[in-house]
Design a protein around this ligand. Structure first.
Ligand code: ADP
Ligand code: ZN
Length: 435
């Protein structure tokens, strides 16, 4: 099923000429309304008229998070505040919050994109959607909410937290779909089980999980524990919020970027060079329809790949691979680069370990050290030779980390349910070097 059949299946040439037209318009607009862009263009020696083809976008310099911080809070808005109907802020996972604004039309666009996501997940107005993304300044809650209403589904605006109550509502209201972070999905599964609820027999059919990196192994685990189809959804406040890209039910390999509203590029995180399709690099987005807070060539720091193969769902929009993490979350352990999500993938392949882990990075002398703390499952304690079993698990994990990722890590197995649980975005890394 496709929400906006016309725009989601445009032939590539038509889509690209639409993108060009919209790009030219937005570039004209920001040049004339936002001092920051006027200066950027002038310094680069270009004018909006230099954008004659889509590839000409490469003549424009990048916009970075630092530029947003420097213009905090409203410096990059392209409309007067009287036209702004909503403000949100990024959750500030990395440093200072960034404020984003929306006009009435921006909210309309965003609602449509989220409605497209729900339909890509197989939902209709007959569905009941349990929306456990946080409501408030964070874009997740209200973004998904408006999309669900646009679709005409029944939305439960439960927001994050109060997990016992959520479990009660999951049983009593019988939602068919759930939206939350993958780590919160696991948290719900675990607390439900602890309350004696059979979390596999709820009415849930599908989950839209995002807002943080997660692995394919985590997907399997969530699907197993909640007995639903788990889909990946990507969003970033600066560009829109949730609904920048979404997996389709038919394929589940990469998320379609809604290209009639965004131009996506992939660059080398250090050199800034455009990378060929298929290579891994940093995502860069340009919003081509946003009114209040357009962004031109915004460097997300999110690491992914672009997938150009046609999709069997019929959508013509390009896909982006699962985001492994942000370049600033990448750990460098004695010269080896590794993302927490890669460690997650390794540990989840080992039976007896749970998807609850914490990474402690430290410096011993001049050497970086990494400790992986991971919970073992309850079942282990019924094992006849428990101690040997634990030792084997520990050895196996440190071997796998070395073999698959090339990192030397100290593995520490910890008791079930002893590590922190999360209601929104998980925070996996404790870097004691930064204290
Ligand atoms: P913050 O930067 O404060 O976390 P946001 O709430 O806007 O701000 O979060 C956006 C970020 O969340 C993205 O840049 C990305 O790193 C992460 N993210 C969102 N969706 C996904 C996803 N499906 N997979 C991996 N990471 C994601
Ligand atoms: Zn598809």
């Amino acid at each position: 099923m496709i929400y906006n059949e016309e725009f989601e299946t445009l032939p590539r040439e038509v889509l690209e000429s639409l993108q060009l037209k919209r790009l030219q318009q937005v570039v004209q607009r920001v040049y004339h309304t936002v001092g920051f862009y006027r200066k950027m263009f002038d310094e680069a020696g270009i004018t909006p008229d230099d954008i004659k083809t889509l590839a000409d976008i490469r003549k424009i310099p990048f916009t970075t998070k630092q530029d947003l911080i420097d213009n905090y809070p409203f410096g990059l808005f392209a409309v007067p505040m009287s036209s702004v109907v909503r403000l949100h802020a990024s959750s500030g996972t990395t440093g200072r919050a960034i404020v984003v604004g929306y006009t009435k039309r921006d909210i309309d666009t965003w609602s449509e994109l989220m409605a497209r996501c729900f339909v890509a997940a197989g939902l209709t107005k007959n569905d009941i959607i349990h929306n456990a993304y946080g409501y408030g300044l964070f874009t997740g809650g209200l973004g998904a909410h408006y999309g669900a209403e646009r679709l005409g589904a029944s939305v439960i605006p439960i927001s994050g937290g109060n997990t016992k109550r959520q479990i009660m509502i999951l049983q009593d209201f019988g939602p068919t779909a759930i939206c939350c972070t993958p780590s919160y999905a696991l948290n719900l599964a675990e607390q439900g089980a602890a309350m004696g609820v059979d979390m596999r027999s709820l009415n849930l059919r599908v989950g839209l999980f995002g807002a943080e990196p997660w692995s394919e192994q985590m997907r399997d685990d969530i699907e197993d524990k909640l007995n639903l189809t788990a889909l990946n959804i990507y969003g970033i406040s600066e560009i829109m919020g949730p609904g920048v890209s979404m997996e389709c039910l038919e394929d589940r390999q990469g998320m379609h970027v809604f290209e009639d509203h965004f131009v996506v590029e992939l660059i080398h995180p250090e050199t800034g060079d455009i990378l060929p399709y298929g290579e891994e690099g940093e995502l860069v987005f340009t919003t081509i329809t946003k009114e209040a807070f357009p962004l031109i060539r915004f460097r997300t720091r999110d690491i992914s790949r672009l997938i150009t193969e046609p999709c069997r769902c019929g959508r013509t929009h390009i896909k982006m691979d699962r985001v492994t993490g942000r370049s600033d979350d990448m750990l460098i352990i004695r010269g080896v680069n590794v993302f927490p999500s890669q460690i997650e993938a390794v540990l989840m392949n080992i039976e007896g370990l749970e998807p609850h882990y914490q990474l402690i990075v430290d410096k011993v002398g001049s050497m970086d050290s990494l400790e992986v703390q991971v919970e073992v499952s309850e079942k282990i304690f019924s094992h006849s030779d428990e101690v040997r079993y634990l030792q084997n698990l520990e050895r196996r994990l440190s071997e796998d980390l070395r073999d698959f990722l090339g990192v030397n890590a100290k593995v520490k197995l910890v008791e079930p349910k002893s590590l922190q649980r999360f209601e929104g975005k998980a925070s996996r890394v404790i870097d004691t070097r930064k204290r």
